[in-house]
Design a binder for this molecule. Structure first.
Ligand SMILES: [Zn+2]
Length: 150
């Protein structure tokens, strides 16, 4: 039963993910798995990319960089708290750049927006969470980074 419930949850969340983000997120398929961003790695020069690329812009040799699951942990490089949100978003919220072990800097919403709890250099973990509401008031999901300690 647990497996069926998890499969249902993945399907439900999967259907709520922003269609523009779907190609870039690997949802967990069991409680022991974590969500991951899908990037790419050049087989020729070894460079990583996010979003994934159709050709390596670094060496132009690999015409089909391999899709890979990027590390779901990172460190906060910098952030900004948004107090005047676009339609569908709840303000305040924070966005930031997160450095991951592959050497990439990921632009992402953050779960935490309390200035006293956000610290540059803090450890963060990727999650899938509500990002905004669409015109019909339906929740739209995407990726965010949350502090590891919370
Ligand atoms: Zn390359």
């Amino acid at each position: 039963m647990t497996t069926d419930n998890n499969a249902l949850r993945v399907d439900t969340i999967g259907n709520l993910i922003d269609p523009k983000l779907k190609p870039f997120i690997k949802l967990p398929e069991s409680p022991s798995e974590k969500p991951h961003l899908i990037g790419s790695k050049c087989s020729s020069c070894g460079e990583y990319f996010f979003p994934k690329r159709a050709i390596c812009p670094n060496c132009l040799k690999d015409e089909k960089p391999e899709d890979i699951l990027l590390d779901n942990k990172g460190k906060l490089y910098t952030y900004c708290i948004v107090k005047a949100a676009p339609l569908g978003f709840d303000a305040p919220y924070a966005i930031g750049y997160v450095d991951i072990p592959e050497g990439l800097r990921i632009f992402s919403p953050l779960t935490e927006c309390d200035k006293g709890k956000i610290k540059i250099g803090m450890d963060l973990e990727l999650i899938v969470d509500k990002i905004r509401e669409d015109e019909a008031g339906q929740a739209v999901y995407g990726y965010k980074f949350k502090p590891v300690s919370l």
